[in-house]
Design a protein around this ligand. Structure first.
Ligand SMILES: NC(=O)c1ccc[n+]([C@@H]2O[C@H](COP(=O)([O-])OP(=O)(O)OC[C@H]3O[C@@H](n4cnc5c(N)ncnc54)[C@H](O)[C@@H]3O)[C@@H](O)[C@H]2O)c1
Length: 242
């Protein structure tokens, strides 16, 4: 119940899906959570009780400045940043227009840079700040589709290591999370044959659920992971293991 006692966290993309599961779990574990999303949250007074929902587009530098400043003014500090918001489109490279490329890069990559840059002074100030950047198994391996998504998710891995290297001396830890096939609104329209192939490819022979990635993020964000930085945690039911 208190694995994040006294911690203040910002989690992006937390109106629904995995980010929402992270926000609910963080609150259960004692954290103050600002859940930032372009979408209005469902059930804010029910399962969302205790979460401070903020409307925000993570691609906008000024919105990062606003949300980070308001968080610190309201709660006194910022200990944890979880960059979780993302979008996906499925075009292979020859169908990826420059417009699609730019949009995916803005949301899935540049936004993480903007977020870390806005949050870092405050994470440094706490003396043991933590960043978790949500990538994907498609940041470590590849299928033919979703060219721009693969590019962004792969870059997250090394941008996270870079921040870990730059700010380890300040006590800031930065790690990336690499989910496999997790049931969420992002993939509810994904083709059945793709879902079947993903499940067949896991060692556990089932998709994951948001609570399972939330548990991994909770660990990485908490002081239990105090000697873990610059690494990548794969939560994929064993998909990448063989
Ligand atoms: N679901 C999967 O199988 C899977 C697998 C690997 C990685 N991931 C990653 O997990 C993370 C969470 O995804 P999810 O599965 O919960 O999907 P999701 O679509 O349910 O959640 C993504 C959230 O990000 C928000 N978002 C999108 N653009 C935004 C913007 N510009 N500003 C603010 N918020 C924005 C959405 O509104 C949504 O609430 C993502 O980084 C995704 O790439 C998902």
């Amino acid at each position: 119940m208190d694995r994040l006692a006294d911690k203040v966290a910002i989690i992006t993309g937390a109106a629904r899906g995995q980010g929402r599961a992270m926000a609910e779990l963080f609150v259960k574990e004692g954290a103050t959570v600002v859940a930032a999303d372009v979408l209005e949250p469902a059930d804010p007074q029910g399962s969302g009780a205790g979460i401070d929902f903020a409307t925000m587009d993570v691609t906008k530098e000024a919105e990062w400045d606003r949300v980070v400043t308001e968080t610190v003014q309201k709660y006194g500090k910022l200990d944890i940043l979880v960059n979780n918001a993302a979008i996906i489109t499925y075009e292979p490279i020859l169908d990826t227009t420059p417009e699609i490329w730019d949009r995916i890069m803005d949301v899935d990559l540049k936004a993480l840079y903007l977020g870390m840059r806005a949050a870092l002074p405050h994470l440094i100030a706490t003396g043991n700040g933590a960043i978790v950047n949500v990538s994907s198994i498609w940041g470590l391996a590849a299928v033919p589709s979703a060219h721009a998504y693969h590019a962004a998710k792969g870059a997250i891995l090394n941008m996270t290591k870079n921040v870990a290297a730059a700010h380890g001396p300040d006590g800031v830890r930065a790690n990336s999370l690499h989910p496999g096939y997790i049931l969420s609104p992002m993939n509810e329209d994904q083709a059945d044959d793709i879902n079947a192939a993903l499940i067949a490819g896991t060692l556990l022979k089932r998709p994951g659920v948001p609570a399972e990635t939330a548990a991994a993020v909770l660990f990485l964000a908490s002081d239990e992971a105090s000697y873990i930085t610059g690494t990548s945690l794969v939560v994929d039911g064993g998909y990448l293991a063989p």
